[in-house]
Design a protein around this ligand. Structure first.
Ligand SMILES: [Zn+2]
Ligand SMILES: [Zn+2]
Length: 274
């Protein structure tokens, strides 16, 4: 089996309310795959709505307890697997100060900033889309993402930039990057000019879709605009999805002109050859 020699920087465990996975299972699977490193990035989505339609309760956990448990795991596997401890923060402009407090609550290695909620609702659920065209919803998603990158800077990479496109309830909906290229350019420029990066997220490939988040056009555009910092993440919620479709992610990055991808330690970026 080909050793992957890449690092997975987007992984969830039972600390996320939408995963039951034991952190140690993730480590064992990463070793089996031959990954160079992993970073845990469990969800914190402050003010996640409590409605009966939503499957999962609040996306919050005690960061100190999380850090303590994962540090022990990191020490136990030291020399066998390079383990980093991160978090995926759900951003909304009014949450900036509270997210800042989470970001500084423990010495995280890495922080993903993501747009999961829009006006307190989760586009994962079809009700979010009711009565509106897909274009309207997708435009709003990018507008909110732009507000998020302008109002919060304590993150390292922006998560799954076109994430909304995974969830259109109209399955015939095809995301056309060129329709949104102006606003996506504004987001990418803001990310780059504030010294941040993006990720290439392989989760849609694990679900049988033929694209990454963001799509190859956005990855290429990010590179054209001078973007360099880019992590690779599976967004795995189970051990078996860790490192999923990473060879495709590597091919996409190489085809977009990247020679390196990014890892983080104590919030400092380092580049590794693809
Ligand atoms: Zn996410
Ligand atoms: Zn995630």
């Amino acid at each position: 089996m080909n050793r992957l020699k890449l690092c997975d920087y987007h992984i969830h465990t039972r600390y996320s309310s939408d995963s039951d996975e034991e952190p140690e299972n993730i480590v064992k699977h990463a070793i089996w795959l031959g990954l160079d490193g992993i970073c845990f990035t469990d969800h914190i989505d402050l003010d996640y709505p409590e409605t009966t339609e939503y499957e999962n309760p609040a996306f919050v956990f005690d960061t100190k307890e999380y850090y303590k448990e994962l540090s022990a795991l990191r020490d136990r596997y030291s020399g066998t697997m390079d383990i980093k401890i991160g978090v995926e923060l759900g951003l909304m402009p009014y949450l900036a100060d509270r997210n800042e407090a989470v970001a500084s609550s423990v010495p995280f290695d890495f922080i993903i900033g993501s747009t999961h909620q829009i006006n307190g609702l989760d586009p994962y659920y079809p009700s979010f889309w009711e009565g509106r065209s897909c274009d309207e919803v997708v435009t709003e998603y990018f507008e909110k993402t732009l507000e998020n990158v302008k109002s919060f800077t304590d993150y390292d990479v922006y998560g799954h930039l076109d994430y909304i496109t995974r969830y259109a309830p109209d399955k015939s909906y095809q995301f056309d990057y060129y329709k949104y290229e102006k606003i996506i350019d504004c987001i990418l420029k803001e990310v780059i000019h504030t010294g941040h990066g993006i990720e290439i997220n392989t989760s849609p490939l694990n679900k049988g879709l033929s694209r990454t988040n963001p799509c190859i056009e956005i990855v290429r555009r990010y590179r054209e605009l001078g973007g360099e910092l880019i992590t690779i993440g599976s967004d795995a919620h189970t051990a078996s999805n860790v490192g999923g479709h990473f060879s495709e992610a590597r091919d996409i990055l190489l085809s977009c002109g990247f020679k390196y991808y990014t890892v983080f330690s104590k919030r400092k970026a380092a580049m590794k050859e693809l």
